[in-house]
Structure formats: C-alpha cells, structure tokens
Ligand binder design. Structure first.
Ligand code: NDP
Length: 398
C-alpha cells in the first residue's frame, strides 16, 4: 500500500496543517500519483477554502458556520463542488468515503467530524490532539471497535510511531519540546508578552492557538496526554526534554537500554507525508538534515516554575479523562482571551488551573467521574468553558 490511489479528505484544509497537506498531495500528484480528494472543511475562511478547492478539486466542501451556506456557495461557484455548512456538514465530510482522513481542525471542534471518520473504519491522520485530550479512552475504544487506523501526525507522536519497533518492550518515551519563544525569557517579560510575541515561534510556523500553546508549554502538556492515550503508557513513563534545535522529534527508550530517535528538519510535510504514504514512504522535498552545519544538539529539563502547564497536564492525566477534557476546554477559552488582548500571557495557566477548581453546582461531580459517552465529554467541555469564562472575565476586570 502506498499513497498512490488513496482517496483523501482534509478536515481543516485552510489551516497550517491543512495547507501543508495540500502541498504534500500536490507534490505526490506531480510525481504521477493519483490522489482523489473526497471532502474538505474550513471554519469560516471562504477565500482559503476556495483556493483549496481550486487546487484539490474535492467532491464536497463544508464550512462550520451554518449561516455561511449561501456565501460559501457563491465563493465556490464554478469548482464543481457540492457545498455544505454547519455541524452536520462537517460531520458529513468525515463520514464521506475517503480511505484517509486528515484531522486538522483546531480544538475540541475537531472531535465530532473526526469521529465520523473513525466510525466508518477509515485511516485517520491525527494532527488534532484534542480528540485524545478530550475523549482519550472513548476515542481509542471507538477506533478499535470500528477498525480505524490512527496515524499520528503531531511531529513528536509521528516520530515515536516511526521508531516504535517493539511496543511491548518500551521503558519510557521522551517528548522533545523546542521551548517556544519564551524559553529564556524572564517572568516579567512573559507577563508583558503580546499575542504577536507569543505566536513568533522560533522553529515552526503554525496556527495561532497552537503557537500560544507552544509558548506556555501547554502544547507539550497536551501532547503528553495525547501520547499517554495513543501509546497506552502512564504519565510517569513519559518525559519531556527541551531541545531548542527541534531536530530530534522524540525518543523511545526500550527495556534493553537502547534509545531510538527520529530526526528531520522541522517541517510538517514530513510527518504528513509519512502518514499519507504509510506503511510505505514517499519522496518529499523538505530540507535535508545537515548535522555538520548544526554542529550540536542540546537538551535541557523544562522549567516548570515559569511554565506550570506541564505540571497541570500531568495532574489532569493522573486524575482521569474528564479532567484532561476540562483542562483543554479551559485552555481554549484562556488562549482566545489572551489572543483578544483581554488577559495577560501568565493569566492563561492561571485561568486553566482556577477553572478546574471553580466549577459550580453539579459541574464538580461531572468532572469527578470518567465520561462514559461522547455526550458526557461534551457536558464536561461546556462546564469547563463556563468556569474559564468566569475566571478569565474576573482576571480581565482586575
Ligand atoms: P490553524 O488555526 O492554522 O487551522 C485550524 C483549522 O481549523 C482551519 O482550517 C480552521 O478554519 C478550522 N477551524 C477553526 N475553528 C473551527 C471550528 N469551530 N469548526 C470547524 N473548523 C474550524 O491550526 P493548525 O493547522 O496549526 O492546527 C490544527 C490542529 O493540528 C491543532 O489541533 C494543532 O494542535 C494540531 N497540530 C498542528 C501543528 C502545526 O504545525 N500547525 C503541528 C502538530 C499538530 P478557518 O481557517 O476557516 O478558520
């Protein structure tokens, strides 16, 4: 099996991962491969959706906002594409019969459309980590029950997936982290950081939400949760190391003392192409590693005082999947408030931490038990969002 002849859908085609996926498909098509595109989705960026349709020629395109249906039809007129809008259309995009589905919608909004692909046993290329952070055990169970194949795209998890030769003989994993734009910044500088400074990632060009998460190291915490569910390992068996060169994408330590790492230039086209061609590999024109030019690779322990997000994520993971779902929801609210200039950079983690202990009435009971359905997951998500809005609102007013 290779990428040739594989039909694909891209959930979140207008984002950073979505655009890199378009580039990989175009590159493989230029090599003579046939890669038909079934469906694509966007949040609300119709111009970018039209550009994606022009390049990919999908059968179906969906936008998240139901009120944009008429505008989407106008924007996509002439591309010969069926157009849908609203939640049902996003889920239809996942449910349509593509062999391979890229899950690259940002946030918990990606869960239901991705589940539509999981339920029909598709190959699911998972960039969206929130599916696992919000609904880890249910998501993994559903993938097993429906025969879906999960292909990790997050570069760290993709690296582990590439070198996981003996899953039953793993001693621990090490996730590497670039350290983000504030790796060496003082707490004072972090307190005064603007959204543009937080989004100026030193190694990767990504969407604004994940860029802020990289700056707080929340992204690494969410990845730790993702790795725990994906590779079925306890939080205590997953280390994090800051590696500013972003060349070693993660490491697997085996019981005999051997350590396998995957290295590559920091370019999302590499893990995307790996997932698209899996179990084969495909030629990608990403920059080749020049280790002599790099000279040295450095590693350091993360500073959990300036970056408390890692500790928050470890505690949530130990407490169970309702807590990781609530943490993610609170973080989405806090990052949005920071990007809108309503709260400061250090208030993001404060909002997340306080939200988990600031639920009201029956909300506390809700996050104390493991969700047994996706409706339970949605209820936890909503409760944590309400708590985070309250906390962020009071921090903004202070
Ligand atoms: P972007 O913000 O660049 O893109 C997000 C995509 O989701 C866009 O297509 C956007 O549409 C769409 N979207 C936003 N809100 C909604 C919604 N409510 N309903 C449906 N669609 C929506 O994000 P990234 O590409 O950076 O990240 C996507 C996912 O991949 C995240 O989960 C991230 O953690 C993960 N990831 C990203 C990496 C990267 O290098 N960027 C690396 C590894 C993982 P529109 O453009 O129309 O708003």
């Amino acid at each position: 099996m290779s990428a040739d002849g594989r039909s694909v859908s891209i959930l979140g085609v207008t984002g950073s991962v979505g655009r890199s996926t378009i580039q990989v498909i175009e590159e493989l098509r230029a090599q003579g491969m046939t890669i038909p595109v079934e469906a694509v989705t966007a949040g609300g960026n119709l111009a970018a959706l039209a550009e994606a349709c022009r390049r990919l020629k999908p059968r179906f395109a969906a936008v998240a906002d139901a009120s944009q249906l008429a505008a989407a039809r106008t924007a996509l007129d002439g591309f010969g594409v069926e157009v849908g809008a609203g939640q049902a259309a996003l889920e239809e995009a996942g449910a349509r019969p593509a062999d391979w589905v890229m899950s690259a919608i940002v946030g918990a909004a990606g869960l239901a459309p991705t589940m539509a692909a999981v339920r029909r046993g598709a190959m699911v290329a998972l960039a969206n980590k929130e599916c696992l952070v919000c609904a880890g055990p249910l998501f993994i169970e559903a993938a097993k029950a429906h025969g879906a194949t999960l292909l990790p795209v997050d570069s760290e998890h993709n690296a582990i997936f590439q070198v996981l030769t003996h899953p039953a003989r793993v001693e621990k994993l090490t996730l590497t982290a670039s350290g983000g734009p504030f790796r060496t910044a003082s707490r004072e500088a972090m307190a005064a950081a603007t959204p543009d400074q937080a989004c100026a990632h030193p190694r990767w060009s990504m969407g604004r939400k994940i860029s802020v998460d990289s700056a707080t190291l929340m992204n690494k915490g969410l990845e730790l949760v993702e790795a725990s569910y994906l590779f079925d390992l306890a939080e205590t068996s997953i280390d994090v190391l800051v590696h500013p060169e972003s060349t070693v994408h993660s490491l697997v330590h085996f019981v005999d003392g051997s350590v396998l790492a995957q290295m590559a230039s920091p370019d999302m086209r590499i893990p995307i192409a790996y997932a698209l061609a899996w179990p084969d590999r495909a030629h990608v024109s990403a920059a080749r590693l020049d280790l002599a030019a790099l000279k040295a690779l450095t590693f350091e322990a993360p500073d959990t005082t300036r970056f408390p997000a890692l500790t928050l994520c470890r505690a949530a993971l130990k407490a169970g999947s309702a807590q990781t779902c609530a943490l993610n929801a609170a973080n989405e609210v806090a990052v949005a408030a920071f990007l809108e200039g309503r709260i400061g950079f250090l208030d993001i983690c404060r909002t997340v931490e306080d939200s988990l202990s600031n639920l009201e009435g029956n909300e506390t009971a809700l996050i104390a038990k493991t969700p047994s359905s996706f409706d339970d997951v949605a209820a936890v998500d909503q409760a944590a969002r309400r708590a985070a809005q309250r906390i962020a609102g009071s921090l903004a007013a202070a």
